[in-house]
Design a protein around this ligand. Structure first.
Ligand code: BG6
Length: 470
């Protein structure tokens, strides 16, 4: 395993202090689901009633064991070149009843993780919500409830006060559109509702919760910065035919700008509001909501990028009596010749990352942002095991390199990109896909006590970070 470009002889050199690291989340890595006072999230509950909805019936109880192995893991982060790392604080661990008493064991755990990261020269990035609603809060109607917004803001404030002296980069939500799509539109996740109008309310209330958390953070006058992490999936039309272009614009409004515009510009896109108004799908907006959104733009943005969305004009109109879905306004388009990750089934299109950078530069005031997730999931990765025991994942190294070439181009053209975080540090539990698709720089062997082994990509990532380029 050697690099072709060392030290000064780099083809792609990145700015000084560029963030190299990875992202993960509490529920997907900590395990210890019922340990030290943590209570159930919707994931624990859903698994308890429908384990068949999870790949190989593997649930969230013992995800990757970070709760017990974090010290070893942080050493492995060092060995794989991390100068920064994102995880999330589990609401169901810190405040097990959603509101009220703070769990001192959870405080001790997160303090240790943060301190250990800092002691090892790794900047902790903390996210506050990664799809993990405490079950007691879901029983109060989750994001459909104003009471839950208030409880979340209280949780956020508690985190800022407890850890804000050391954590400099905060994120209110990871991919907040996913709980809307998965939980209220497409029947992928609990609570398995299919109802656009309820989904719209969940989306709006999430944005209000985000803005209120940003407001509280600013009031506390802490040294750090706050942002949100959005999965941006740019929409490309099949052709330049105006009908295809319009279809792509509408998909973009629903799936990107619905969150991106309010958190950066402080307002919803007018044409999205119009589309919803015409169909009587606007959520209830309470007095003060639009003002709090307007007055609390983020400091910086995290961009998760995996694949583009390709669309074409609708070929058949949706049936009149069908409950509304965004896909009533466009059709998905399968582009001939597209490159596919055969181990996950997602399209790979590297230059899209550059398009996102240019879009943020030109249409979002060139706000500071970083690539907060990008990565390659591989099913059945053990088949790539080298005779010396490590996973020989050259495909992942190539995947990262090919994306970084476009990140580099975006940087050269003035985009304000501060870093690159891979999804993910070690193989982890991924919701209903459980451990099916492996994404880590470090392998986790579920059959052998969660044994960690650095993959070839992990060794390469260290050189990438040390050289600050490749
Ligand atoms: C990201 C999410 O979008 O995709 C992660 O933020 C998730 O939480 C990851 O694990 C990978 O998803 P999957 O379905 O390929 O395992």
């Amino acid at each position: 395993m050697e690099t072709t470009n060392q030290g000064n002889n780099l083809t792609y050199r990145f700015p000084k202090n560029f963030w190299w690291g990875s992202a993960a989340s509490g529920p997907q890595t900590e395990g210890a689901a019922a340990t030290d006072g943590r209570k159930a999230s919707i994931w624990d509950y859903w698994f308890s009633i429908q384990p068949e909805c999870f790949h190989n019936q593997v649930g969230p109880a013992n995800t990757s064991n970070f709760y017990h192995q974090f010290k070893e893991d942080i050493q492995l982060m060092k060995e794989t070149g991390h100068n920064s790392f994102r995880t999330s604080i589990q609401w169901s661990r810190l405040i097990p009843d959603g509101v009220g008493e703070v769990n001192e064991k959870a405080v001790a755990f997160y303090n240790q993780v943060i301190d250990e990261l800092i002691a090892n020269g790794i900047e902790p990035f903390m996210n506050l919500y990664h799809f993990d609603m405490p079950m007691c809060m879901q029983e109060k109607d989750g994001w459909e409830s104003r009471e839950v917004i208030d409880a979340y803001v209280n949780f956020a404030e508690t985190c800022f006060k407890l850890f804000g002296d050391r954590v400099k980069y905060w994120f209110t939500f990871n991919e907040p559109i996913v709980p809307v799509e998965a939980g209220y539109l497409y029947n992928w996740h609990f609570p398995n509702v299919v109802d656009f109008k309820r989904g719209a309310l969940v989306a709006h209330n999430t944005i209000v919760a985000h803005a209120k958390a940003v407001e509280v953070f600013k009031k506390l006058n802490l040294p750090g910065q706050i942002g949100i992490i959005l999965n941006l999936t740019p929409s490309y039309p099949r052709s330049q035919d105006p009908e295809d272009v319009k279809a792509a614009h509408i998909a973009d409004l629903f799936f990107n700008r619905s969150f991106l515009d309010p958190v950066t510009k402080g307002e919803y896109p007018r044409d999205l509001v119009e589309i919803l108004r015409e169909r009587d799908l606007l959520p209830t907006v309470e007095a003060g909501d639009l003002a709090v959104i307007r007055d609390n733009p983020i400091d910086m943005l995290g961009v998760n990028y995996y694949q583009p969305r390709r669309v074409k004009a609708k070929e058949e109109p949706a049936p009149h009596d069908a409950p509304f879905m965004p896909e009533h306004l466009f059709d998905p388009y399968i582009m001939p010749g597209r490159k596919i990750n055969p181990h996950r089934g997602w399209e790979i299109c590297e230059e899209v990352i550059y398009d996102i950078m240019v879009d943020i530069r030109d249409h979002y005031g060139n706000i500071p942002f970083f690539i907060s997730e990008n990565g390659m999931g591989v099913e059945g990765e053990v088949k790539f095991r080298h005779e010396e025991g490590f996973i020989e994942d050259d495909y992942r190294i190539e995947f990262i390199q090919e994306h970084l070439k476009w990140v580099h181009k975006g940087l050269q053209e003035g985009a304000n990109c501060l870093g690159y975080h891979l999804w993910t540090f070690m193989d982890n539990w991924s919701w209903t896909n459980a451990y099916k698709n492996r994404y880590g720089l470090v392998e986790v062997d579920l059959t052998n006590n969660f044994k960690r082994t650095i993959k070839k990509s992990g060794r390469w990532y260290k050189r990438l970070s040390e050289n600050n380029g490749f």
